[in-house]
Design a protein around this ligand. Sequence first.
Ligand SMILES: [Zn+2]
Length: 136
Amino acid sequence: MEYKLTSKAYYEALKNDRLLGLKCRACGAVMAPPSMVCRRCTGQDMDIVELKGSGTIRTFTTVFVAAEGREGEVPYVIVLVELEAGPWLMGNLDGVDPKAASMELIGKKVKMGHKVFPGDKYSAGEGISPLFSLID
Ligand SMILES: [Zn+2]
């Protein structure tokens, strides 16, 4: 079995603020980040699609305790966003004071960019994450 969309290609696109996903030819489900099989029907026949990174915050958490090696980054807010394209995607939230983050964030509209962060004690190098910001 081969990967239709590799993690490398996914993260390279993310570096350019492009979100790639997969669309299942059998059932139409759209997935991001990439997976080997359709999460709905386990089909393997999928097309690479470019998705809009806009969506709605469904939940969030504020991180106060850092992973080893990333102590300089806390506090920060992680959001789970339901994209208009369908998939739910996790990423950092920009432009909101983490100490002031409240339940009012849930339901807010966001757009996606990206964030490059240094690796922590356990990773092989830098990482790339979706970085969401509120649309006003
Ligand atoms: Zn499917």
